[in-house]
Design a binder for this molecule. Sequence first.
Ligand SMILES: Cc1ncc(C[n+]2csc(CCOP(=O)(O)OP(=O)(O)O)c2C)c(N)n1
Ligand SMILES: [Mg+2]
Length: 377
Amino acid sequence: MILMGRVSRKQADWDRRVRFAEAIGAAVLSSSNDPSAFPTTHPLHIAAPCVRPNKAAMALIEKADLIISLDWLDLAGILRLSLGEAQTQKPAAKTIISCSVDNYRTNGWSMDHQALAAVDLPILAEPDQFVAQMLDVLRVKKTVQLKMRPAMKQLSHWNNASLTVPPAKRGEPMTLWDMAMTVREFAKAQAVTFARLPIGWPGEAYEFESPLSFMGNDGGGAVGTGPGHTIGAALALKDSDRLTIGVLGDGDYLMGVSALWSASHFDIPVMIVVADNRSYFNDELHQERVAQMRSRPPQNRWIGQQIDNPRVDLVAMARAQGFDSEAPVSTSAELARALKRGADIVANGGRYFIDSLVQPGYADSGPDQRAGQAKKA
Ligand SMILES: Cc1ncc(C[n+]2csc(CCOP(=O)(O)OP(=O)(O)O)c2C)c(N)n1
Ligand SMILES: [Mg+2]
């Protein structure tokens, strides 16, 4: 199994990584924290991209006899989450090769850089140098026959599984899942670079076929970096034919909204779409978990996190920085139309903002329990 972490954005390196995985017949996992590293629709990319391993990713890691980490961010962390043991204390009964220069920056002075995993074979190198040399050593030809190991053939590809899920409901208020599926559908029709995707975005919506499909997040989940990152990516891609979109949480947007002014000032074409659940929702889940541990009422989880009453006029804030926009959308059909309108404006050099209202709740966190409970609390 290969853990595709922080790797190069060059197309030639991307192609070499695909050939390497195909030649050795390794299952691949990529991280939704990092820029796109491997075609997520490839038959070897069996589990949906993730930061915290989803069930399918855990099962793969559990089954793997050999794990090759290509500079995965926090290798010890994903091994601990999947195998139940910090690799540093009790190494897993599998062979682990880790290609990374993390040893240079991780030390005992602080925990900022996470733990260093115990590995069988450390390769102190940039992953794409290593892959290129491996192709030479293994004498891998330009076109290789894809090896699918029998055990892997039995596993269902995440993409097949997500396609059997009903498509976005078009008439009702959107869930984050509906929104993500609508955006995924839109992005199939043209060359899109997602500068950012929000924290609860379902892995099944990560459909990446180029090193420029996704720029990754910031490695730590810093709220407020989304607008600035989006505009930086749009500046870098200004002269390309790609449409740069930042899909942001409303909290992330609110903490960094003044970056939009820079896009207007420097005439940078870009689209920003906010998944507007009127909340710092991620932390509602934290507060709920802590409330349960401390026998406090979990229905109070929204306090200090909900961004409502009054509702913030996100559209007005975007317009105030020089963006075009329209009234907030709350159904998949409206969102699909807004994305098309925005794409035309951005193709002509403009900037477009969409406030996409979604029901609070992540794809895997179940239906929101908040409605009706806020009053009781
Ligand atoms: C600077 C900073 N403040 C607080 C946090 C903790 N935090 C992580 S996610 C999150 C909520 C983000 O809200 P939003 O962008 O609206 O995304 P949502 O979870 O609602 O989808 C918070 C407060 C953080 N990571 N960084
Ligand atoms: Mg939010």
